[in-house]
Design a binder for this molecule. Structure first.
Ligand code: SAM
Length: 589
């Protein structure tokens, strides 16, 4: 939106989100929007916030509340140190606000600011001089005009603090959110050194801080999120993610800050070592989650002449909810009230879904939650409920933020039930890890094509999806339809995306189900994690490569973890089931 005339007044509305915005009245345009070669710059004057710097339609700072952000991102890493930091590098920060705060510490010997866009520096210095007050005459201050991702590579072992005060991970700042950049930052830090990076609004950009957390966790010896709130970064709780070289500094951060702040003797308006900047527990939980959810898939022979009717299966799905301490959402969906061979029942639960189908006398169930799943309880309840003597099970880490080898290690294939004698070969097996190239070869055969099982399940976790493509049920439902057509699968009815209100959306994210003849496509997706997790069950073979690449193209995913499970083959040995369970990764670099 940008600048908008409202009556006789001029207003500015921020362009960060497609479905949320905020605006303020503009008294005067100081610099109308101009291209700097890196971004579009604008400086506005307002009654409410004073002067405002806008880059690419996004508010970078206002004179009214810049102090909150600049004191926290500038002083938190400086005072959390084991000892007074000497060399501080600021990447970005062209307005000079962070440098201003750091240079207030008398003990700091050198502050280098590596800013890519000289136009920002000059514009702020001229039109918002209060922000960078005093830095230009400070002999400790050095300005480098250049890409911070390049500059940092030449500073191995030279920095006590690296502050990344950049724009969001688009345009010139994209390189500042890469793993290789974080590795260079780690190399630039001295022992006990700290880096800190603005990582977005915890509620409105729920995928940014957890994404940076996971990336930084792999590189730095310790990671922390510092939470603060100001006005011009819309959306309430905002995050700074910090990483350390060495594990002791964050453990001592609070007491270091109290000691160092007192010793420095500087007055602050917003930062205080007595304020715990720890994230709210829910945010900390989201940061530490190592996967989107967990699933247990079970196939077992039904006792002779005991084909369960819809009523009994419906009761199972609701009772299982109770058994695993989950809430059922709505009534079960069924492809056919007879619940005959290949028909599907889906019961939504607060954090995804439970589903059932039968192939001959083999019942095939799935229980998927976006929270911790008491797997043993779910398995025991289901086998007892249906009187199954022995079940084959798969326990899948869904939407895991780990590499494919770890996903394989965490995928458990097992047997359960009264006939399974503990220890007698009831081992836990792993799937076969394959290359996507092998699976995409025409010679690769699905379990239904080899006759190994009457059905198969493609389990697909797609990461790094495009926000707009996974932020609406309509967009996902459109994909489900296209995908079923592409796969040549016969659909029953339309894709269903029941709206259970925000409660479900908040916990797991919405779901879309397309019932198919002899199967189903059940998808859950999360804007929190920018991912979609799909379970496609079918009795007919599908063109795997087309189905998977179509999904990745549609959601603009960067990577996918894919499992192929042989369903309905509970009469086979565990070893054979494991050999026919294939796990592979598809990347879209
Ligand atoms: N505090 C603001 C925020 O959190 O949104 C950031 C303000 S500061 C002006 C952001 C600066 O980062 C911009 O001046 C931009 O030019 C700079 N920047 C973006 N990418 C950069 C890069 N790769 N290297 C150095 N500076 C960069």
């Amino acid at each position: 939106m940008g600048l908008v005339k409202r009556g006789n007044d001029l207003w500015f509305y921020e362009d960060l989100y497609s479905d949320v915005t905020y605006g303020f009245k503009v008294k005067k345009i100081i610099i109308s929007e101009k291209a700097t070669g890196y971004q579009r710059l604008m400086i506005l004057d307002t009654e409410r916030f004073g002067r405002v710097l806008v880059l690419d339609g996004i508010v970078q700072l206002t004179e009214e509340d810049e102090g909150i952000y600049h004191e926290w991102i500038g002083l938190w890493p400086v005072f959390a140190q084991m000892k007074t930091p000497e060399n501080v590098l600021i990447i970005g920060g062209g307005d000079g606000g962070v440098a201003r705060e750091v240079l207030r510490h008398p003990g700091v010997k050198s502050v280098t600011m590596a800013e890519i866009d000289k136009v920002v520096v000059d514009a702020c210095r001229e039109h918002m001089p209060a922000i960078s007050a005093g830095i230009w005459d400070d002999p400790r201050f050095h300005l480098i005009i250049g890409d911070g991702a390049e500059v940092i590579r030449k500073m191995r072992g030279q920095c006590d603090v690296v502050i990344i005060d950049s724009t969001d991970p688009i345009g010139p700042a994209q390189s500042l959110f890469d793993t290789s950049f974080y590795e260079s930052v780690y190399d630039a830090l001295r022992e006990d050194g700290i880096t800190i990076h603005q990582t977005g609004a915890l509620l409105l950009q729920p995928f940014e801080a957890p994404g940076s957390w996971r990336q930084m966790e792999r590189i730095f010896d310790d990671v922390r999120v510092v939470q603060f709130t100001n006005v011009s970064y819309m959306g309430g709780p905002f995050s700074l993610t910090a990483g350390s070289r060495g594990r002791r500094v964050f453990k001592a951060a609070e007491q270091n800050a109290k000691r160092n702040f007192k010793a420095a003797g500087i007055k602050t308006s917003w930062y205080s070592p007595d304020i715990s900047a720890m994230p709210y527990p829910e945010f900390q939980r989201r940061l530490e989650i190592d996967k989107y959810g967990e699933e247990v898939v079970l196939d077992f022979a039904l006792p002779a002449r005991k084909t369960p009717a819809l009523k009994q299966v419906g009761k199972w799905s609701r009772d299982l909810c109770k058994a695993i301490d989950m809430i059922a959402f709505g009534e079960p969906m069924v492809s056919n009230a007879e619940l005959g061979d290949g028909d599907t029942l889906v019961q939504y639960i607060e954090t995804s879904a439970i589903n059932y189908r039968r192939f001959g006398n083999i019942a095939a169930t799935n229980c998927f939650t976006c929270a911790r799943l008491p797997v043993d309880k779910a398995v025991a309840f289901t086998t007892e409920y249906f009187g199954a003597r022995k079940a084959v099970g798969w326990n899948l880490p869904r939407g895991a933020f780990s590499d494919i080898k770890t996903v394989r290690r965490d995928t458990r294939i097992f047997e359960a039930g009264p006939d399974v004698v503990p220890g007698s070969g009831s081992a836990v097996l792993r799937p076969r890890l394959a290359e996507a190239a092998e699976v995409f070869k025409p010679s690769f055969k699905l379990p239904v094509e080899t006759g190994f099982s009457p059905a198969f399940e493609l389990v697909l976790d797609i990461y790094g999806c495009d926000f707009d493509r996974i932020s609406s049920c309509e967009a996902v439902a459109a994909w489900v339809k296209e995908s079923a057509k592409l796969a040549g699968l016969k659909t029953i009815g339309k894709p269903e995306a029941p709206d259970f209100g925000h409660a479900k959306k908040k916990t797991a994210g919405p779901s879309v189900t397309q019932l198919l003849r002899g199967g189903s496509n059940i998808s859950h997706y999360s804007i929190n994690w920018l991912m979609i997790v799909v379970n496609l069950v079918a009795r007919e073979a599908v063109p795997l490569r087309q189905v998977i690449t179509h999904a990745m193209d549609y959601f603009r995913g960067t990577k996918a973890h894919c499992w192929i499970l042989p369903r309905g083959a509970a009469d086979k040995s565990l070893k054979e089931i494991a050999e026919n369970t294939v796990l592979f990764e598809v990347r879209r670099d």
